[in-house]
Design a protein around this ligand. Structure first.
Ligand SMILES: *Cc1c(COP(=O)(O)O)cnc(C)c1O
Length: 299
């Protein structure tokens, strides 16, 4: 077993009430579930998803996958440094190989992660056994423990169930931004019977509900808990933004002195304000928004 003591978390993560008239004038209470404060380097849901995988890896090196700005790659690299585990990051985009590393990949490399770049078509097929085997061979990572893209597998989903359990009896609706949906899949399973989870996908596509069901089937044997998705707030897709979203995030930071992570958390909060304004939450509803990350580089 690997001792994960140096990944000691602050759990349960803090739950804070926020005063914001865009909610209060509709009779809605807004809480922030500060998963961004769980650990200084394995931020938010990344701690909840990675630690069960590190335990399952039993000291083997880790290999995982991500894009050039992946929060998951940075978290995996940091865990490797803190625990003295080897890590390899398979990065989407062969064309990045010859170029200077961006700040996110530089941080991964500085934490000792070996970076291996693959073209987009190979990357797309990475879950097929032959393609995966070829990637691992080329990356020199045969025998390493494979954590899938975004860190979402059955262990990770079961790890995120604790997020729901921490929120039992504390809110009517718990909202989270979704990439792979692994966090929502676990969260929904941990909530009490009368609570519901709401996911705000940051990717365009519409395939996510199916993926989340499949993750829950693998982790728990069946679809579990009350959850739904609202697909209207992705702003065109992953890492896409718009002046209105940037302005919203800056204003939110100033109102509440909360650093707003832009890829996920900004879209979640924007979506919740829009839903409150539409009257989607009945008066008297308490909504908890999960703050799954913080900006990188740190402001
Ligand atoms: C990775 C990440 C997510 C997405 O989590 P999934 O489990 O892939 O849906 C959400 N927010 C932040 C800040 C993240 O880094």
């Amino acid at each position: 077993m690997t001792s994960t003591d140096s990944l000691a978390p602050r759990l349960p993560s803090p739950l804070q009430e926020l005063r914001d008239d865009r909610f209060s004038r509709h009779g809605v209470r807004l809480l922030l579930k500060r998963d961004d404060l769980i650990h200084p380097e394995l931020i938010g849901n990344k701690w909840r998803k990675l630690v069960p995988n590190i335990e399952a890896a039993q000291g083997r090196a880790l290999v995982t996958f991500g894009g050039a700005y992946s929060n998951h790659l940075r978290a995996t690299a940091a865990a490797g440094r803190l625990l003295g585990l080897g890590t390899t990051g398979v990065v989407r985009g062969q064309e990045l190989a010859g170029r200077p590393l961006n700040p996110s990949l530089s941080r991964c490399a500085a934490d000792g992660m070996r970076l291996h770049f693959v073209d987009r078509s190979t990357y797309r097929h990475k879950s097929e056994p032959e393609t995966l085997a070829a990637i691992l061979r080329a990356a020199g990572a045969e025998g390493a423990y494979v954590v899938p893209e975004g860190g979402s597998n059955a262990q990770a989903v079961r790890g995120c169930r604790a997020l729901g359990e921490e929120l039992r009896g504390r809110a009517d609706v718990v909202a989270v931004a979704c990439g792979t949906g692994g966090t929502l899949a676990g969260l929904a399973a941990g909530l009490a019977a009368r609570q519901r989870a709401l996911g705000i996908p940051v990717l365009k596509g519409g395939f996510l509900a199916h993926d989340i069901e499949a993750l829950q089937e693998r982790a728990f044997g069946a679809r579990t808990g009350a959850w739904s998705l609202d697909d209207r707030f992705h702003f065109g897709g992953y890492a896409r933004t718009a002046p209105a979203l940037d302005a919203f995030a800056e204003d939110f930071e100033q109102r509440h002195a909360l650093p707003v992570e832009r890829l996920y958390v900004a879209k979640l909060l924007y979506g919740l304000v829009a839903l409150a304004e539409e009257g989607a939450f009945a008066r008297g509803t308490t909504v908890a928004a999960v703050v799954t990350g913080r900006p990188f580089p740190q402001p």
